[in-house]
Design a protein around this ligand. Structure first.
Ligand code: HEC
Length: 273
C-alpha cells in the first residue's frame, strides 16, 4: 500500500454515509492502489521514482505456461465457460466482458475468483494450476506473452486494461468520483467531478482509502446521481465522494453521464473547485 503525504490537509471529515450497509470488501486493495497512484500523480509529482506498474500488455506470462493452462482449462472449465471462453453456460472469460469485469483492477482479482472454481470443488487445481489457467485466459484475450512465467505474487502487481487504454472506464462499471454535491430541481448532481475511477467496493471509503480519496483532485465532470437513498440533503454544497455504476450517455448529447448510486459520503462541509 502506498502511503502519501497527499492525504494531509483534508480538514474535518464528517465521513457520514448515505447508502448501503457494509458489504464485500474484496478488491479493496486494488482500488486503493488505483486511487493511490492517482493521488500521487495529482499531489506529489516528485513521487515519480515509483516504478511504473506492469500491465497485461507487458508480456507477464509465457507461451509454455498458457499451453499448460489450456489443458487444465479444457478439462475443468470449458464445459461451463465455453471452449473459446465465450461463456457457454457461465460468464465469458474473454472479450469485452473480461475487460468490463476486470479492467482497472489487478490480475490477482481474477485469480482469486478462479480459485473458487469449479463450483463445488474450489481450490482443486492448486495455486499453480490456477495461475496457469490465468496465463491461458490472457493468451485468449490476445495479451502478448513474454519470457517469464506469471506467479500468484506477480499477479498482484499486474493491472488489467483493454485496447482503449488504462483510463477507459467501461460502461456499467462500478466507479468512484469526487465532486461538489448540488441539486438541479429534484435531481442530485455532482459538479466539478473527478474522472471516474474503477472500484470493487460499493461502500463509502474508510481508512487509508478515505485518506487517498480526500486527496483526489476535483475535475471538470458533471454526473447525475440516480437512486440516491437516503436523501443526501445535509450534504448539499459539500465535497463528496459518490460511488456506483457508471452510465454513459454519449449517444444523447443533452444528457449527463450518470451514477447509479451505492454510496454518497461527505468529505468536507464545503467545496472549492
Ligand atoms: C459448473 C460450471 C462451472 C465450471 C466447471 C467453472 N465455472 Fe467459473 N463460473 C461459473 C459460474 C456459474 C460463474 C458465475 C457467473 C456469474 O458471475 O454470472 C463463474 C464465474 C467465474 C469467474 C468470474 C467471472 C467474472 O468475470 O466475474 C471466473 C474467473 C471463473 N468462473 C473461472 C473458472 C475457471 C478458471 C474454471 C476452471 C477451473 C471454472 N470457472 C469452472 C460456472 C463454472
Amino acid at each position: 500500500m502506498t502511503t502519501t503525504s497527499a492525504a494531509s490537509g483534508n480538514g474535518e471529515s464528517p465521513g457520514t454515509t448515505a447508502g448501503t450497509a457494509s458489504r464485500r470488501k474484496a478488491g479493496l486493495a486494488a482500488a486503493t492502489a488505483c486511487i493511490g497512484a492517482l493521488a500521487l500523480a495529482a499531489a506529489t509529482p516528485s513521487a515519480a521514482q515509483e516504478t511504473e506498474e506492469p500491465s497485461v500488455w507487458d508480456g507477464v506470462y509465457s507461451a509454455q505456461q498458457a499451453e499448460r493452462g489450456k489443458k487444465l482449462y479444457e478439462a475443468t472449465c470449458a464445459r461451463c465457460h465455453g471452449e473459446d471462453l465465450s461463456g457457454a453456460n457461465a460468464r465469458p472469460l474473454a472479450g469485452e466482458s473480461f475487460i468490463r469485469d476486470w479492467g482497472g483492477l489487478k490480475l490477482d482479482g481474477v485469480l482469486t475468483r478462479a480459485k473458487t472454481m469449479p463450483p463445488g470443488a474450489s481450490g482443486a487445481l492448486g495455486e499453480a494450476g490456477y495461475v496457469d489457467i490465468i496465463a491461458y485466459v490472457l493468451e485468449v484475450n490476445e495479451f502478448p506473452h513474454g519470457e517469464a512465467e506469471l506467479t500468484a505474487e506477480r499477479a498482484g502487481d499486474v493491472l488489467v486494461y483493454g485496447v482503449d487504454g488504462p483510463d477507459a472506464v467501461p460502461n456499467f462499471a462500478m466507479v468512484q468520483v469526487v465532486g461538489c454535491l448540488s441539486r438541479d430541481d429534484r435531481t442530485w448532481i455532482v459538479t466539478d467531478g473527478s474522472e471516474p475511477i474503477r472500484t470493487r467496493d460499493p461502500d463509502a471509503s474508510t481508512g487509508d482509502v478515505l485518506a487517498l480519496t480526500q486527496a483526489m483532485a476535483l475535475g471538470g465532470n458533471t454526473f447525475e446521481l440516480m437512486y440516491v437513498f437516503p436523501d443526501p440533503d445535509p450534504y448539499e454544497g459539500h465535497r463528496v465522494e459518490a460511488k456506483g455504476f457508471l452510465i454513459r450517455r454519449d449517444e444523447d448529447p443533452g444528457a449527463l453521464d450518470a451514477i447509479n448510486v451505492t454510496a454518497v459520503a461527505s468529505l468536507e462541509a464545503a467545496c472549492r473547485p
